[in-house]
Ligand binder design. Structure first.
Ligand code: CTP
Length: 407
């Protein structure tokens, strides 16, 4: 498997050397392309020694006219001969140039000429990462199908603490290999309806009740199901995530909106996965004007929202229905109770009180409580890996349940 590692100029450039090694260990032939500024941080020789291959350092730099002529199609050759382009670290500048289609050095030219999958691992100062310009560029690239390994949080080289650290090289290599693996098309013919994110219940025109759900679990499910050949309809509450490639998205705000969207899309669905963290209560007849502050205590009477999962459970027919249970205690028992009361086929239960997994994290650790089977504990993994395992289990469960109804 031939892959290109494009190295951008940043402190994290040295970690790209670890990435090149990790890819080599996993059987990839690694071709390195370094931007001019990357070479200020790490010498090309490091990569040449680690990969056993010549490192490409620039488009026409320091070459004779003959060499320029010979190499003027080199980016096309590299684009053709490699199955994956990984950019790590991707600087804010590289993201901007990719997003705008600029092509003034080898790496940006290669990016435009490359028709295979592209995996980008950004790393930069937290302010730069959070800047709307960077986030807009990133959203654009994701919308065009670029895969992103999000940076982690922690102390940064600039002395600040925040998001912007390059993801671990091992994790980037793992994502790269997953992209290179031929996609299983085991969801072909399925229409999967997925809900994700929180809902927002208005208290007045500017305030709402909501929760800390990020939507990452539901988006990971949508992305994996689409990659595996399903038609995917994603009904999403307000989140900060770009729609995964190839997924039809319906944006909603409140539980009532989400219910309407789900019922509208249900007919076509063969499988329903309710990963949304739906608010349980809302304010009926929220005032049309902003509530004014008064010096006394106030109380608001809330009404229960419709339980969408339970409603779908009553009318699901032979659709496979998967719900979630976010608990702070008695996980297995609560998940089992929800499986029965909501007539689901599987409940994905997770403890939301644990540090480092669940609600806002990229990681999760869940148990799968299944109809007619013992609970299955999935060890801590990225939400993408958990999503793949949930979908694997969904297909197995469908076969098992069909076998029971036929016999
Ligand atoms: N759910 C739903 N509609 C609601 C509330 C929850 O469809 N109004 C779904 C969620 O999408 C999830 C499952 O029900 O798949 C369980 O959600 P959870 O909040 O864990 O459970 P609740 O039913 O709210 O029960 P409890 O508050 O007792 O934990």
């Amino acid at each position: 498997m031939n892959v290109v590692v494009g190295v951008g100029g940043g402190i994290a450039a040295y970690k790209a050397a670890e990435l090149a090694r990790a890819l080599g260990e996993r059987g990839c032939a690694v071709n390195t392309v370094m931007t001019r500024s990357a070479q200020e941080f790490v010498r090309p020789l490091t990569f040449a020694a680690l990969t056993g291959r010549k490192v490409i350092t620039d488009l026409f730099a320091d070459r004779s006219a003959d060499e320029v002529l010979a190499s003027s199609v080199e980016h096309i050759r590299v684009a053709r001969e490699n199955q994956l382009l990984i950019v790590a670290p991707a600087t804010a500048d590289l993201l901007a140039r990719f997003a705008n289609g600029l092509a003034d050095d080898f790496l940006t030219t290669l990016y435009l000429a490359f028709s295979g999958p592209v995996l980008i691992a950004p790393a930069m100062n937290a302010q730069m990462w959070n800047h709307p310009a960077t986030q807009a560029n990133l959203a654009l690239l994701k919308a065009r199908g670029v895969e992103v390994v999000e940076p982690g949080s922690g102390p940064l080289a600039c002395g600040e603490v925040g998001a912007g650290r390059l993801a671990e090289p091992g994790l980037i290599a793992e994502r790269a290999l997953a992209l290179l693996a031929p996609a299983r098309r085991d969801f072909e013919g399925e229409t999967v309806l997925i809900t994700a994110g929180p809902t927002q219940e208005a208290l007045d025109p500017v305030r709402f009740i909501s929760n800390r759900s990020s939507g990452k679990m539901g988006y990971a499910l949508a992305e994996d199901a689409a990659r595996r050949g399903a038609r995917v309809v994603l009904v999403s509450g307000p989140v900060n995530l770009a729609a995964p490639a190839g997924v039809e998205i319906v944006h909603v705000r409140s539980a009532a909106d989400m219910r309407n969207a789900v019922l509208e899309q249900l007919t076509a669905a063969t499988m329903v996965i309710k990963s949304a963290a739906v608010a349980d209560y809302y304010l009926e007849n929220a005032p049309p004007q902003k509530m004014k502050k008064a010096a006394m205590r106030m109380s608001i009477e809330l009404s229960p929202t419709p339980d969408i999962l339970a409603e779908v459970g009553r009318i699901k027919g032979d659709r496979l229905l998967i719900g979630f249970a976010a608990e702070t205690q008695n996980l297995a028992a609560e998940a089992r109770r929800k499986l029965e009361t909501k007539n689901a086929d599987m409940i994905v239960g997770n403890l939301v009180s644990q540090e480092g997994v669940g609600l806002e994290s990229d990681m999760n650790e869940v148990i799968l409580v299944r109809r007619g089977a013992d609970p299955l504990a999935l060890p801590k993994a990225t939400k993408r890996q958990i999503a793949t395992q949930i979908l694997d289990e969904a297909l197995r469960l469908r076969l098992a349940l069909h076998a029971v109804t036929r016999s």
